[in-house]
Design a protein around this ligand. Structure first.
Ligand code: ZN
Length: 447
């Protein structure tokens, strides 16, 4: 099938009158400066799909339920209590239905692959399902139904605090020992949809000891390794009290962190820790909407990117699923704290939204273990803009992306994933069915 675009952001920059030939889920050829042929599907503007490096799909179902004050000092930890209560009620069917809606909304937003940081492994009392990877299978099934690319990151969780403290009862569904986890990862890997990638995710330094981290790494078999790190000030203080080092410093000193790693919410970092992340090649997984929602703090993105750091963005709690908004809020957090504009613009790419988008496409691919970008041989993961959105009137090149990130309301028209058109007119083609399944699951959950 051939797609023709008035313009496209290709791997080496913008080009006009571009024809992409798709075959076997990939971009077979790229032609520039050509007229559309009879039978070509014609569109306005093409961008590469954006990877979503960090998601907990099930949390989509509690979006909006944690915005009423429960106590005067509401914070991340009181949010987590509510999340744990919610978790107790989610079975395999609910997990799959919620993930399907979250993934459909990701595609609609321009995310074409998700890194699912999946920790809901077992039955509510902690007992194993007959198939130990039942819940991972449901995540894979949701991704396959919806058509989003999946990098599945089963989470290793064994403890409730630094230094191997015992886990609490509310964490029973997440827990494994290293051997059990290795078996789970093996089984989960066999359930992946086509072009799925499997990695591992030690949950945090609170949940895994040094010995366990060392034993876990071979389980990844060279795939991506993701970890939550330094999201909370209390987490940093607890890590200092336990080890005398801050979490990122501790991790860099203790583990062979490299470009396979993604450090999710490296929010609270000092200059030497940032330099260490940059030198390692690891990706900083930033989740601006969730970090704002949970009151985590602001990552020093300006210094990190100026120093050569690699970023990816993630929708994390999925309280809102909006790729443009993640990029916008990433920049706005910097503007608000530094009282300046266009803080994250690049030397070579002064358009702020376009620079962040390009960085997140590239870094997101590294984080999720796949190639990204529009070029021959790459996966046919393509997003088209909606010509009818007045935000795009008389815009060209990078100004189109800036207008999408900062100004547009209905910017996305179509999304192809692995060569298949999944979103048309801004709406997932199976949205009605997926949404009905979600509503039934929510009715059971909230009953
Ligand atoms: Zn997370």
């Amino acid at each position: 099938m051939d797609l023709w675009f008035e313009s496209a952001l290709l791997e080496d920059g913008w080009a006009d009158r571009v024809r992409l030939r798709l075959a076997s889920g990939r971009i077979e050829t790229v032609e520039r400066g050509v007229d559309p042929a009879a039978g070509d599907e014609r569109h306005f503007v093409a961008l590469p799909g954006l990877p979503n490096v960090h998601s907990h799909a099930f949390q989509r179902a509690m979006a909006g339920l944690a915005e009423a004050r429960a106590r005067a000092d509401d914070d991340f930890w009181s949010w987590r209590e509510l999340m744990y209560r919610f978790v107790e009620r989610i079975g395999p069917d609910e997990c799959e239905a919620i993930a399907a809606l979250a993934y459909a909304e990701m595609l609609e937003a321009g995310f074409t692959r998700v890194g699912e940081f999946h920790y809901l492994h077992h039955a509510p009392d902690g007992s194993r399902y007959d198939d130990v990877a039942e819940m991972s299978g449901r995540i894979a099934a949701a991704a396959e139904t919806v058509g989003i690319g999946l990098t599945l990151l089963p989470v290793f969780y064994a403890h409730g605090g630094f230094g191997g403290q015992p886990a609490g009862a509310a964490q029973a569904r997440f827990l494994n020992d290293v051997d059990g986890f290795a078996g789970l990862v093996e089984r989960a890997g066999a359930k992946l949809p086509q072009d799925g990638v499997i990695g591992i995710a030690p949950h945090s330094l609170r949940a895994a000891t040094l010995e366990e981290l060392c034993e876990l790494l071979p389980v990844a078999k060279g795939g991506p390794v993701h970890i939550h790190i330094a999201e909370q000030v209390k987490e940093v203080a607890d890590c200092l009290a336990w080890s005398g080092r801050r979490p990122v410093r501790w991790l860099l000193d203790a583990m062979p962190v490299d470009a396979r790693w993604t450090l999710v919410h490296a929010t609270h970092v000092e200059a030497d820790e940032m330099a260490g992340i940059v030198a390692s090649g690891a990706v900083a997984g930033l989740c601006p909407i969730t970090e704002a929602n949970l009151g985590d703090g602001v990552f020093p993105a300006a210094a990190f990117m100026a120093g050569g750091g690699t970023i990816g963005v993630g929708s994390d709690s999925n309280v809102r699923i909006d790729a443009a908004e993640e990029l916008r809020l990433l920049e706005y957090g910097q503007r608000l704290t530094r009282r300046a504009r266009n803080v994250l613009a690049g030397e070579e790419r002064p358009a702020t939204g376009a620079r962040l988008f390009a960085a997140a496409v590239k870094g997101g691919g590294r984080s999720l273990g796949v190639q990204t970008g529009l070029a021959a041989g790459r996966p046919a993961d393509i997003v088209s803009f909606n010509r009818d959105d007045p935000a795009f009137a008389e815009r060209k090149g990078d100004a189109l992306i800036d207008s999408w990130v900062f100004a547009s309301r209905v910017g996305i028209d179509c999304v192809w994933r692995g060569g298949m058109k999944r979103v048309e007119g801004g709406r997932h083609r199976q949205r009605d069915t997926i949404e009905a399944g979600y509503r039934r699951a929510l009715a059971r959950l909230m009953a």
